[in-house]
Ligand binder design. Structure first.
Ligand SMILES: Nc1nc2c(c(=O)[nH]1)N[C@H]1C(S)=C(S)[C@@H](COP(=O)(O)O)O[C@H]1N2
Ligand SMILES: [Mo]
Length: 239
């Protein structure tokens, strides 16, 4: 399963990585520079290494950039829209400015991918999904929420109860500024208590549904409930 989770780019072979290590690249660049560089380069590889060898490589505490597609269109305040649809009494579209005007909530939480990498104490800010749901008013037959990405492919889901938690954000900021394009900006989902795959990037649509519609990775075997430490038959701890 994990072997499928990679970015669309050409995977970097393990031999290449070992070669780089052998050359002492870390020694030449050092510090964050190499960490970030390696993290970017190794993003796809991290998922291809069931042996745990990857954990020997100094890429801890940094994000990888994941995309099951070859990226997504770039959007900003001039053309971004979040469409609320489905079983709601007040369907509507939110611009970036609309979202920025709403109450902002900040969370500081670890971010953990089910494949085993984790970034401690990431700062996230944005609009509570619950606040948006209150505005659009799900009908009595809605029990779940379906998220779509403007990458055209990735989808996710939550039960309505999960979606109303106070640690689920429609995130506008991450780390120390606006969510960057590579991290799924200008707007991505952040589901703090669940593995990273629930935190859909390039959020374009939120649809209220009668039942949970399994998302992209859930169609490919991951648990629909992605609770960190409880789901997918493992509690990844890279340390
Ligand atoms: N649209 C989209 N969202 C996505 C993914 C993706 O491939 N496409 N990957 C998921 C997975 S598995 C993880 S761990 C996180 C990674 O977020 P990052 O790329 O900002 O590190 O995004 C999640 N959201
Ligand atoms: Mo992930």
């Amino acid at each position: 399963m994990a072997a499928d989770e990679r970015s669309a780019g050409a995977p970097v072979g393990r031999r290449v990585v070992l070669g780089l290590l052998g050359l002492g690249v870390a020694g030449i660049l050092g510090g964050n520079q190499i960490q970030n560089g390696l993290a970017k380069m190794l993003g796809p590889l991290g998922n291809n290494d069931p042996t745990g060898l990857i954990s020997l490589i100094p890429v801890g505490n940094t994000f990888r950039f994941y995309s099951v597609t070859r990226g997504a269109p770039r959007k900003d305040a001039s053309n971004y829209a979040l469409e609320l649809s489905g079983l709601v009494q007040q369907p509507r579209s939110y611009t970036l400015a609309d979202l920025q005007k709403m109450r902002q909530t900040t969370l500081v939480r670890d971010f953990q991918c089910v494949t085993g990498w984790r970034v401690p104490e990431v700062t996230w800010s944005g609009v509570l999904l619950a606040d948006i749901l209150d505005q659009v008013q799900p009908t009595s037959s809605a029990t779940a929420v379906r998220f779509t990405s403007f990458d055209g492919t990735y989808t996710e889901s939550l039960t309505l109860e999960q979606a109303r938690r106070d640690d689920v954000l429609v995130a506008l900021e991450m780390i120390d500024g606006p969510v960057t394009h590579d991290h799924g900006g200008p707007v991505r989902l952040y589901v703090a208590p669940m593995y990273g795959y629930k935190s859909l990037k390039w959020l374009g649509g939120i649809e209220l549904t009668k039942e949970v519609v399994p998302g992209y990775w859930e169609e490919r075997g991951y648990s629909i409930d992605g609770w960190v430490g409880e789901s997918n038959g493992r509690d990844d701890d890279p340390t």
